[in-house]
Design a protein around this ligand. Sequence first.
Ligand code: HEC
Length: 159
Amino acid sequence: MKLPPVLAALLSLNLMSAAYAEDPHANHHDAPAADGRAVLELAPGERAMILEEMRMFLGGVQKMTNALGRQDMPAVAEAARGMGQKMVHEVPPALRAKLPQEFRQLGFSVHREFDQIALDAESMKDVSYSLNQLSAALQKCVACHASYQIQVPLHSAAH
Ligand code: HEC
């Protein structure tokens, strides 16, 4: 029997939703997700220090995309430089010792990259080029976030 077009369309929709249900990511919002990322065990103050730096990154990305949208290359360079080496604070030795080397290297490489982005924004004044560089730098944010989480042990002294 030849199906009327509406019914055929409904059937294929149904097949699509069946395929969707088999997708392991399709309904992950109903169940608590397992967090397989490596744990950095930090004191509350150490966690606060890192998260503050992270929020500065996000603020810098916001400023930079705003400047790119306006094609204001000096402002692009300024926003990028704000996320460069000059953003790096003295890391207390106790905190430094708790951060794996790969974590620190990834962090430094992001700062170095933003310094390069600032230089190139000034010399090339090319919005697309800067956007591509920003996208590449954001890949590192994504990669680090996929690998690490911070936990504060319950017995940790509050400071
Ligand atoms: C070397 C690793 C690393 C890099 C690189 C990195 N982050 Fe993070 N970021 C972290 C970790 C670890 C956390 C805490 C995640 C958790 O505990 O779930 C975090 C948290 C954050 C948060 C949440 C802050 C809060 O107050 O809760 C923001 C926003 C953020 N990062 C933005 C960025 C942006 C934007 C970049 C890139 C420009 C970036 N991060 C690069 C490791 C990194």
